[in-house]
Design a protein around this ligand. Structure first.
Ligand SMILES: Nc1ncnc2c1ncn2[C@@H]1O[C@H](COP(=O)(O)OP(=O)(O)OP(=O)(O)O)[C@@H](O)[C@H]1O
Ligand SMILES: [Mg+2]
Length: 869
């Protein structure tokens, strides 16, 4: 190809066509936005306004041009212009301009046909596509994507889309089909009645007569035959509706209803799921079957990620009637094909545009917010989460989970029907290990007060060993069931999707719901403290870390410091500033109450005193709360403090071991109560976690003063009532670690979600990242200072250990055998350090593989038990 050809291609073809396509896309985008905002009333107003203006102008023009002075003025202007035009200079200038003008004209004459050709081709084809996409009610770009690419690569598929599943034509056919099926469903007696014969085939005389019963049959048959049906597919859902007119007679109505019983169950149609039995709705004119199922033909084309799936992955193995490897390979080829489609120019441009939107669209949450969320965490340090059992990533698990859950929709609908709950299927969501089936309730829905029986019954009918969790809110009933496919939650997504504006400094997330929305935990004036409940092993500590790191991600340490206290272990040891991975937010050395209850108590007392100090200070300065104080004295600004106390009942329990005097001075229940009641205004906040919500363990004086609640699985029904009071959510039925309900946004507005999992390594990396960003920070107070502050002279320096300590303390990489050997060699040291980092941070004890982790933990526990005896 010589360079001439090249320029011809570029200038005669590529450029003109690209310009026209670009213009067309802009036009459709504009038309779409106009269409979306269209308001007939305003259009009428504008038309009338414009008509009035044009009318006035015409009248004015007519009036002015018929005036004598105007005619004179026109005459003089004309002759003046002629005179100027006749001068030498004007002629020379005219010629000069003319030559340019001519060249310009030539240029235009040459290029106009080229652009016109492009215009005709592009606009004709595109207008066709535009009309099609309007009929499909999808955007032009999506329509073009479907038609152009499929027509090029696979003509048959494009035909399918043109005449296929999403067109009004198909909807119409579908509605006819529904009616045909309904008629088919008619009882023989009805048929006979309508033909004027009785059950035995005897004709009535003169077409009338027969018993009252036969007359009813007749009325019923006519009513059913007159059923109206309508199917519409738009806005991402397919809505179907069958309405059989009711009569004015109760008995006939009963008969109609009877004959329609169970029709919904017998009906199989693409993306239509009726409830089993009709619902009488006078507003809509009779007995109604209706179905709303989300339906997006475009989704199929959007999921080109399929090409990265592995056909030999475990998830594709044949199990429980799954489709197996051949299906997976076919999917893979499908995926490749779809991927090719998505390389079409329009698809690429659409992606660029949506990316730009994501980057540059202002977040409205910033408008009224007090603080802007920073992004302090280096998210690249966090590995992509995978499902530990299968090793699949989030997207693959999501697909599998959706497939599994979809297969159960009709089963769940029927099970609800059996219990006389005739809701209309609304949507299906999957998240974590749960599938949530949501149904819209009819206005007259008669719900039981107690869902226990329903839960039992559903689990029997659905043959699940776990009880489903039923929740009713805002006219919807939702059934949450174990789905058997675990979708890991991605901490990175959670952080990236957070709203940019924050109303409080302490603003974090506990997890995400099944729709992928973040579940926020925001502590401030409105909600000063929260409590988190969860049975052992169900993810309290993990959830605490999620909340803590998402908070740290958004503010800097000059605004917030965090204190960690663990009632029964040392989960927070790695937040120490004198270890390998210091965290700049840490307030003081974390406390482990099981080994060092004195320090834990002293810390709590320290925060009680800090609260008093701040209250006093604010009193002197005449300010009411921290934000105001910081505004008034920016150079003496105080940070907020978040006190995280895991397993707090292990600490309050030990109050019983104090004698009377000491309990007055060091009792922790009083301290918690005081802080809960008084610390809000001075910016000190509590996050308390506990295994059980039982009254014997959790003092009412604390629960009564902390309204904010989040709950993972608890063990007993009675705990559900305490953990999430008045919400009626049976959190004791939760089966999975990391699944939780939050009532932080109101009891009537409970949020249900799953938390991501951050491994120890990841958290260490995040600490390093934070230190890199903010620099290392000293503790606000040292352990010794706290101890002296609270115990005064009673505090003595630690006594030396009087047992043997291993020469080399096993490091995090040490094997299990090595640990067991050290335990047997240095039993006293091992017992004293059983909760220390040596064991809890060990690679093998924390193996990635769930099974291995469990086994190794058990070996270590057994070895320690052995030497304890
Ligand atoms: N969101 C999650 N995703 C995946 N695994 C999780 C999740 N949450 C918890 N787990 C698993 O459960 C284990 C126990 O979690 P965690 O230590 O947070 O429980 P806990 O409620 O604090 O228990 P305990 O009361 O015994 O301290 C974790 O080591 C992890 O394997
Ligand atoms: Mg824990």
């Amino acid at each position: 190809m010589n360079s001439n050809d090249f320029y011809t291609i570029i200038f005669q073809w590529v450029l003109p066509f690209a310009t026209m396509i670009g213009l067309y896309v802009l036009l459709t985008k504009y038309l779409n936005s106009v269409y979306e905002r269209m308001d007939i009333e305003i259009i009428w107003k504008r038309v009338i306004q414009i008509a009035i203006v044009i009318g006035l102008l015409t009248v004015g023009w007519y009036f002015i041009t018929h005036q004598e002075w105007f005619k004179n003025a026109v005459f003089y202007t004309k002759s003046g212009a002629e005179w100027v035009g006749n001068t030498e200079q004007a002629k020379a200038a005219g010629q000069f301009a003319n030559s340019y003008w001519q060249r310009f004209l030539q240029f235009l004459l040459y290029w106009i046909p080229v652009y016109f050709r492009a215009f005709v081709v592009v606009w004709v084809v595109s207008t066709f596509i535009y009309i099609r996409s309007l009929m499909w009610r999808v955007s032009f770009i999506r329509g073009a994507n479907i038609i152009i690419s499929t027509a090029l690569v696979y003509p048959f598929l494009s035909l399918k889309y043109l005449f296929g599943y999403q067109t009004p034509f198909f909807d119409f056919l579908q509605s006819r089909l529904l009616i045909a099926k309904l008629k088919e469903n008619l009882n023989d007696s009805y048929f006979k009645a309508i033909q004027g014969v009785d059950d035995k085939g005897q004709k009535f005389e003169a077409g009338i007569g027969g018993t009252v019963q036969i007359q009813r049959y007749k009325a019923t048959a006519i009513a059913i035959k007159r059923t109206r049906a309508k199917v519409t597919t738009a806005g991402g859902s397919r809505r179907a509706e069958l309405i059989t007119k009711n009569s004015r007679e109760t008995d006939t109505d009963k008969l109609i209803e009877q004959s329609l019983q169970g029709f919904g169950k017998r009906l199989v149609a693409p993306s239509i799921r009726f409830q089993d039995n009709p619902i009488l709705n006078a507003d809509r004119g009779g007995f109604v079957f209706d179905s709303d199922v989300s339906y997006k033909a475009g989704d199929e084309l959007g999921s080109w990620l399929g090409i990265f799936s592995n056909p030999l992955a475990d998830g594709e193995k044949i199990s429980n009637g799954g489709q197996g490897v051949f299906h997976a390979i076919k999917n893979l080829y499908d995926g490749v094909f779809k991927y090719m489609l998505h390389l079409s120019p329009v698809a690429v441009s659409e992606r660029l545009i949506s990316r730009a939107k994501e980057l540059f669209t202002p977040d409205r949450t910033l408008d009224n917010a007090k603080y802007v969320a920073q992004s302090n965490l280096d998210l690249s340090l966090i590995p992509k989460p995978v499902d530990p059992e299968t090793g699949n990533d989030k997207e693959t698990q999501m697909k599998i989970a959706m497939k599994v859950a979809q297969e159960r929709i009709s089963e769940v609908t029927n099970a609800l029907n059996i219990f006389d709950i005739s809701g209309v299927f609304y949507k299906l969501m999957v998240g974590g290990n749960t599938a949530i089936y949501e149904y819209t309730l009819t206005r007259t829905a008669d719900l039981p007060n107690d869902f226990r029986k329903l839960q039992e019954g559903l689990s029997q009918i659905l043959k699940t060993k776990d009880l489903p969790i039923i929740e009713v809110k805002a006219g919807k009933i939702s059934v949450a069931m174990v789905n058997g496919v675990n979708i890991p939650v991605d901490f990175r997504d959670m952080i990236q999707n957070r709203k940019k504006g924050m109303n409080t400094i302490i603003s974090g997330m506990a997890g995400v719901d099944a729709l992928g929305n973040n579940i926020y935990v925001e502590l401030g004036d409105m909600l000063p403290h929260i409590m988190l409940f969860g049975a052992t092993g169900f993810g309290k500590t993990v959830t605490i870390f999620n909340i803590a790191y998402s908070i740290m991600s958004a503010v800097d340490p000059s605004m917030l410091r965090i204190q960690y206290i663990d009632g029964k272990g040392n989960s927070f040891e790695f937040m120490r500033n004198d270890r390998n991975h210091p965290n700049p937010f840490t307030y003081a050395q974390p406390a482990n109450a099981s080994g060092d209850i004195e320090y834990a108590r002293a810390l709590l007392k320290h925060f009680e005193r800090e609260t008093r100090r701040r209250i006093e200070l604010f009193g002197e300065e005449g300010v009411s709360k921290l934000a105001v104080y910081n505004q008034k004295f920016p150079d003496k600004a105080l940070y907020e403090i978040l006190v995280i106390c895991d397993e707090f009942s292990a600490i309050t329990d030990l109050d019983k071991t104090l004698n009377y005097e000491d309990s007055v001075e060091y009792g922790t229940v009083d301290t918690f109560e005081y802080i809960a009641k008084m610390a809000r205004s001075v910016g000190i906040h509590l996050l308390l976690a506990n295994q059980t919500a039982r009254k014997e363990k959790v003092p009412g004086r604390i629960t009564a003063n902390i309204a904010g609640r989040v709950s993972l699985k608890v063990n007993e029904p009675i705990e559900s009532d305490i953990a999430l009071p008045d919400s009626k959510i049976p959190v004791h039925l939760i089966q999975q670690a990391g699944e939780f309900y939050s009532t932080l946004n109101g009891i009537r507005n409970a949020e249900h979600g799953n938390s991501p999992f951050l491994s120890d390594d990841t958290m260490n990396d995040l600490n390093d990242g934070l230190t890199k960003k903010f620099g290392a920070r000293d503790y606000v107070v040292t352990r010794e200072e706290v101890m002296r502050e609270i115990y005064g002279d009673k505090f003595k320096e630690e006594e030396a250990y009087n047992y043997d300590i291993p020469d080399t303390i096993p490091n995090a990489e040490a094997s299990i055998d090595e640990l067991v050997e050290t335990i047997s060699k240095y039993p006293e040291w091992a017992v004293a350090n059983k909760d220390s980092a040596v064991f809890t941070r060990n690679k093998n004890v924390n193996a990635d593989n769930l099974k291995e982790r469990r086994e190794n933990k058990k070996i270590i526990q057994d070895a320690i038990k052995q030497v304890t005896r």
